[in-house]
Ligand binder design. Structure first.
Ligand code: JJW
Length: 443
């Protein structure tokens, strides 16, 4: 095993999200979210699973912080469930919900763990969905009011804010492909583009509010990336790769860092564009302190010949995780270099990286997940390489602290550093968790 050396002050963490771990879905005044509705719709989730109980983290918080301590990490990325704060999306505040997160923050700080708070990790209050969700431009005001309330309450202690997690997933999986909540499908990209624009407005409008309520805070956003490579050197495969990159990566980067949607994609989508009003792009491009990067795999692309959907992902020879995602650490290095050269964010955090494998809990309570160790080691080496090349990567969050509700895959995909026995709610440190703890300890 190589010894990995990172800069002084590097942030080491693990990441989770509210709906994936908390459970207690009907407790302490929490409102209904779109993921409650979606998960309770037959056939949407593998095995009919839901986040009703999940890892019961809502009741096991203190013990879960001890799990973090055992990993030696100094940071924890978690998300706040909007419907715990405003059960109806806006209006009446649920103090008990806010108190849960306030206590969590206090307990983390007492344990020497810095909280990194994601405001929106997919659990929109159902009542706002009933008004159109992210298709309604006015939802930006509701998000700002929510962000204002949370940052007024926690902003004295929380100094790292992530407005949104994975806008691409929210818009395309939720509003066109339909495999995530709210599960809407469409033959055109119109709805996904409108959802993107409105959530980007919400993002940009909330940045100054977070700065006002949380002095000296670092504010950023987390995007999911799918760095693309052509399957062959044929010009049509190369062109299809550029379009795929425009769809998945540049459509989300260019507004933040260039105040515009990419011109080639605007041309492709011209019949389906959202209502972009004067000043919108300035609002969206509010300067950020960091970019959060979620990386799991690359995409190898070939042309289809279809004008609106000119690309198709291929399945090259290689090693794959249980998600059927190729293990490709070099993609992370390439991505980091590209973000640095093309967009130059002042700081980058890897806010998610990890892998699902078939884990087996042995009778003596161990999980020998050698492949996950190799995955983490390979990717951490690439992060180190990028740092040595001058990319300002300031921290790394392993996805995830523990096995949890993996959205449409339910509980069948395990990403944790801890194995969760969902029958007993017992957690078991995997070999990869011990490995990660040793990397952190050496740094
Ligand atoms: C794409 C499925 C059609 C999560 C996708 C499905 C249909 C083109 C992991 N990241 O649990 C991407 N995750 O909550 C956030 N990242 O398409 C955190 N990306 O494709 C993790 C799922 C994902 C996906 C899942």
């Amino acid at each position: 095993m190589t010894v990995l050396k990172f800069p002084q002050g590097f942030t080491w963490g693990t990441a989770t999200a509210s709906y994936q771990i908390e459970g207690a879905a009907q407790e302490d005044g929490r409102g209904v979210s779109i993921w409650d509705t979606f998960a309770h719709t037959p056939s949407k989730i593998v095995n009919g699973d839901s986040g009703d109980v999940a890892c019961n983290h809502y009741h096991l918080t203190k013990q879960d912080i001890q799990l973090m301590k055992a990993l030696n990490v100094n940071a924890y990325r978690f998300s706040i469930a909007w419907p715990r704060i405003f059960p109806q999306g806006r209006g009446v505040l649920n103090e008990v919900g806010l108190d849960f997160y306030s206590r969590l923050v206090d307990d983390l700080l007492e344990a020497g763990i810095t909280p990194y708070v994601t405001l929106y990790h997919w659990d929109l209050p159902q009542s706002l969905q009933d008004e159109g969700g992210w298709l309604r431009r006015g939802i930006a005001d509701d998000f700002v009011a929510y962000a204002d309330t949370v940052s007024q309450a926690l902003g004295d202690r929380v100094k790292h804010w992530i407005t949104f997690n994975e806008p691409w997933c929210i818009a395309w999986l939720g509003y066109m492909i339909g495999v995530h909540a709210p599960g809407l499908t469409s033959d055109t990209p119109r709805q996904a583009l409108a959802a993107t624009h409105h959530l980007y407005l919400a993002h940009g409008m909330s940045v100054p509010v977070l700065r006002r309520n949380s002095p000296d805070a670092q504010v950023g956003i987390t995007l999911n990336f799918s760095p693309a490579e052509p399957a062959t050197t044929k010009p049509d495969d190369q062109e299809a790769t550029i379009t795929y990159d425009g769809w998945y990566n540049r459509w989300y980067l260019d507004p933040l860092y260039r105040k515009e949607y990419p011109a080639d994609m605007l041309a492709l989508y011209h019949a389906y564009l959202p209502d972009i009003q004067p000043g919108d792009m300035e609002t969206i491009a509010a300067p950020l302190d960091f970019l959060g990067v979620n990386y799991y795999s690359r995409a190898v692309i070939k042309a289809t010949g279809e004008p609106m959907l000119p690309f198709q992902q291929t399945h090259p020879e290689g090693e794959y995780t249980e998600m059927d995602w190729e293990v490709y650490p070099l993609g992370l290095y390439n991505l980091l270099k590209r973000l640095h050269s093309d967009y130059n964010p002042p700081a980058i955090y890897i806010t998610e990286n990890g892998a699902a494998f078939k884990d087996v809990l042995t009778p003596d309570g161990k999980v020998h997940d050698e492949r996950r160790i190799v995955y983490f080691e390979g990717h951490l080496e690439k992060v180190q390489h990028a740092i040595n090349d001058g990319v300002p990567v300031k921290g790394y969050f392993a996805w995830s602290l523990m096995d949890n509700f993996e959205w449409a895959e339910g509980y069948t995909k395990r990403f944790g550093l801890y194995y969760v026995d969902y029958e007993t709610q017992k957690r078991y440190l995997k070999d990869s968790g011990a490995y990660y703890a040793s990397v952190v300890a050496a740094n």
